[in-house]
Design a protein around this ligand. Structure first.
Ligand SMILES: Nc1ncnc2c1ncn2[C@@H]1O[C@H](COP(=O)(O)OP(=O)(O)O)[C@@H](O)[C@H]1O
Ligand SMILES: [Mg+2]
Length: 288
């Protein structure tokens, strides 16, 4: 099926774990059949940890002073991460998509220079209550997305399956947060919706209580940090970036449902909305 226009793109970001990949891909096929093109963005949390372990590295995380938790990305970690994403996670999405007759192509930010990032110079981190400066950290913040390349693929009916890493300003490979990749891609494509599928039902008022799903979270003000929230703070930042960039609908929803993307688009999970400087998500108890 040739898609003459690339309007109404839906960006779906899949967590590294707790996602029914087959079900996600079935939904991508259904949406595509309705003329709604999808860009899949993925990370690979558990697969990265597994490969790191097999290569003799302990997975490490650090928290920025503003409360965002990130994977510690030294050179061997970026290497292993790239191998896990391109060698394990991405092929599984591609296999499922091809099995439901969706032509799909796997990409990282390196392919075609698709994702450009600015390397974080000396990352400030809190480790065991002490503030440290991590000089060998190879991670960055997205500065540019080649929307033209993604649109070219979508226009001929190909579903891009995209993941970190990205290239920095010197052409070096750097890790970037997959949630923020999804947000940047959604903004670059003028996506109509961005859906984050996770191993939780959405944003929870108390992460220890699965039934405490918040149907709506209002993002506003400079702070979106949820103390102790693991990767959820980065997700909330990504949601805010997408909304501020004009993406109409942004949701965080469960990736384990039978039809996770359609269920989210039908109103499942948490709807993220933007408000002035007054509201924020502070007060959410995010012990992760
Ligand atoms: N208030 C909260 N609501 C939902 N999830 C939360 C909350 N606080 C912490 N989390 C944790 O954040 C995780 C999602 O972020 P992350 O681990 O980075 O996963 P991914 O980026 O792969 O989706 C959830 O699996 C959950 O354990
Ligand atoms: Mg994450």
């Amino acid at each position: 099926v040739l898609t003459p226009e690339v309007a109404g793109v839906i960006v779906v970001k899949c967590s590294g774990s707790g996602i029914d990949r087959q079900a996600v891909c079935d939904d991508v096929a259904r949406l595509r059949a309705r003329g709604e093109p999808v860009v899949l963005v993925h990370g690979g949390g558990s697969e990265i940890d597994e490969l790191l372990g097999a290569l003799g590295h302990e997975p490490e995380y650090y928290t920025s002073p503003s409360g965002v938790t990130s994977r510690r990305s030294t050179a061997p970690v970026v290497d292993a991460m790239t191998m896990a994403l391109t060698g394990r996670v991405k092929p599984s999405f591609l296999r499922h998509l091809l099995a439901c007759d969706v032509p799909a192509v796997g990409l990282t930010g390196i392919d075609g220079g698709l994702l450009r990032a600015r390397r974080k110079p000396a990352v400030r981190a809190v480790v065991g209550g002490r503030r440290l400066s991590l000089r060998d950290e190879l991670s960055g913040r997205i500065t540019r997305v080649d929307g033209g390349l993604l649109r070219s693929l979508l226009r001929v009916g190909i579903t891009p399956v995209l993941s970190p890493p990205a290239l920095d300003e010197h052409g070096e490979v750097v890790n970037v947060n997959a949630d923020r990749v999804a947000a940047a891609v959604a903004v670059a494509l003028g996506a109509r919706a961005l859906v984050f599928l996770a191993s939780v039902a959405g944003v929870l008022a108390d992460v220890r209580v699965p039934a405490s799903l918040l149907p709506v979270v209002t993002l506003g003000g400079p702070r979106v940090a949820m103390p102790g929230s693991g990767g959820m703070t980065a997700k909330l930042l990504a949601c805010r970036e997408a909304l501020e960039g004009g993406v109409g609908e942004v949701r965080v929803a469960c990736g384990e449902n039978r039809s996770p993307v359609l269920a989210a688009l039908a109103g499942g999970g948490t709807s993220m909305v933007l408000q002035g400087e007054t509201a924020s998500v502070e007060g959410v108890d995010g012990h992760g």
